[in-house]
Design a protein around this ligand. Structure first.
Ligand SMILES: [Zn+2]
Length: 83
């Protein structure tokens, strides 16, 4: 398995999107626990490294073309589809 070195400022996509609808997170802390900030709503979480590494689907190193976070949604937007 490839060893990935995460750095502060990296953007990752996790298996589970945040309830706010954003599925990319910015790494703001590394170490035994990883600190992630939701790019949609700014919510912060701490995740133990093994759990974090399993949850990552995709990674963009700092400054390398991470997709823009989705625009903020109104609080009660669950289940609605825009089209
Ligand atoms: Zn969020």
């Amino acid at each position: 398995m490839e060893i990935v070195r995460y750095a502060i400022g990296d953007v990752v996509r996790l298996k589970k999107p945040h309830p706010c609808g954003c599925d990319t997170w910015e790494v703001y802390r590394t170490g035994v626990d990883f600190g992630l900030r939701c790019r949609g709503c700014g919510h912060r979480v701490m995740i133990p490294r093994p759990k974090f590494e399993k949850a990552v689907r995709q990674r963009w190193p700092l400054g390398e073309g991470a997709p823009d976070p989705p625009p903020p949604k109104p609080a009660q937007g669950k289940g609605q589809k825009r089209r």
